[in-house]
Design a protein around this ligand. Structure first.
Ligand SMILES: NC(=O)c1ccc[n+]([C@@H]2O[C@H](COP(=O)([O-])OP(=O)(O)OC[C@H]3O[C@@H](n4cnc5c(N)ncnc54)[C@H](O)[C@@H]3O)[C@@H](O)[C@H]2O)c1
Length: 345
């Protein structure tokens, strides 16, 4: 990402004044008492609850004084109308991952510093992915179904069961994808990555081979998706791409449901040629009678791979550190530039 210059000290030369913006009710989970105490060491929180939860008059008052929006899931969109209410605003410190839906051209026109918590939210997604890879290669999911008496199609066994020596293909050298590379290191498998923005040098630094998507699909025991939902990635795994996958291979999707043609996937899963682990679908949730929820060759979870419960602490710590750095005039660790938005989540 393009690193912007270090921000100037907050307006007034004092401690930054921070306003929260997230789904009302999320505040106690997003910022536990220890995080509020850590934030209070570097900044002044203008209201304990999200700006959306405040009466309009009070919201106008805190926005007029705010230097920083500490955003999280459900953050307001920083468009012209919102920015007009916050004339002093200098920073969006976003604790969650997908900041593209929160910022607008007006955000960058105002030269706001934008930081993202994607690196923190990526950790549990990568952990989930590695668990899915390891269990899929052990045929845990399908053997459990067999034990329960499910009628499984005759599953092909192109490769023997096991994790040793398997080839794992990651689509997207994203925050999540890069962590998956790291977490898979002890397992004696080969990891290859397909990402149109990844250079050979970048792949070498990551310690993986860069391959084209077609080669990845045709050669990997597990194909795991880590690309963002963009117009160019919608349906990128369709019937032709699924057909390229090896007999007995597993598709893991923790990215976004829009990347995959679900009808084509159902056909492959029904035939028993492929298996799948899906944390994301389209729509979410799927209708209760959807085939993906009932096929013994498919495991669906309800978009739970990202931070939940204790894992939210990681995002809080990241965003408070970014505000501390802003207050100290240090450059952010996780800046987002307008130019990045065409390829990131
Ligand atoms: N399941 C969950 O709870 C959960 C949580 C967090 C993120 N996600 C999803 O995981 C995915 C990765 O998130 P992230 O924050 O790590 O992403 P990121 O923004 O860090 O990186 C996106 C990567 O995708 C690459 N990319 C862009 N177009 C591509 C294409 N056509 N083919 C292959 N790669 C392409 C980019 O070069 C970039 O490396 C996103 O889809 C995100 O929405 C899901």
């Amino acid at each position: 990402m393009t690193a912007p210059a270090a921000p100037a000290p907050p307006g007034g030369g004092g401690r930054p004044r921070v306003v929260l913006s997230m789904y009302p009710g999320l505040e106690p989970y997003a910022l536990r008492p220890e995080h509020r105490a850590a934030l209070a060491e570097v900044a002044d929180l203008l209201a304990p609850e999200a700006v959306q939860a405040l009466p309009v008059d009070r919201a106008d008052e805190v926005l007029a004084a705010a230097d920083v929006v500490l955003g999280h899931w459900g953050c307001v969109v920083l468009d012209e109308a919102f920015l007009a209410r916050a004339p002093r605003l200098r920073m969006l410190a976003y604790a969650a991952g997908t900041v593209r839906d929160t910022v607008t051209p007006a955000t960058f026109a105002r030269d706001l510093l934008v930081t993202s918590g994607a690196a923190a939210n990526a950790v549990p997604v990568a952990e989930y992915t590695v668990a899915a890879v390891l269990w899929a290669n052990k045929a845990v999911f399908t053997e459990r179904e067999r034990l329960r008496g499910a009628e499984l199609p005759a599953l092909p066994r192109r490769h023997p069961v096991g994790n040793w020596g398997k080839r794992i293909g990651l689509v997207g050298a994203s925050h999540v994808g890069r962590l998956v590379v790291e977490l898979l290191r002890p397992y004696h498998c080969t990891v290859v990555v397909a990402d149109p923005y990844l250079t050979d040098e970048g792949a070498a630094a990551l310690g993986v081979a860069r391959v084209e998507l077609d080669e990845l699909l045709a050669t990997c025991d597990v194909v795991s998706l880590h690309a963002p939902a963009l117009p160019e990635t919608a349906g990128m795994i369709g019937a032709a791409e699924l057909a390229r996958m090896m007999d007995g291979a597993t598709l893991v999707n923790t990215a976004r449901g829009s990347l995959v043609d679900h009808d084509a996937l159902v056909a492959e899963l029904r035939a028993g040629r492929l298996t799948a682990v899906l944390d994301v679908t389209e729509p979410e949730p799927l209708p209760a009678d959807h085939a993906l929820l009932h096929l013994p060759t498919c495991v669906v979870t309800p978009h739970l791979a990202g931070s939940q419960g204790t894992e939210l602490a990681r995002q809080a710590e990241l965003v408070i550190e970014e505000i501390r750095r802003f207050a100290a005039g240090e450059p952010p660790l996780h800046p987002v530039a307008a130019a990045d938005l065409g390829r990131v989540a």
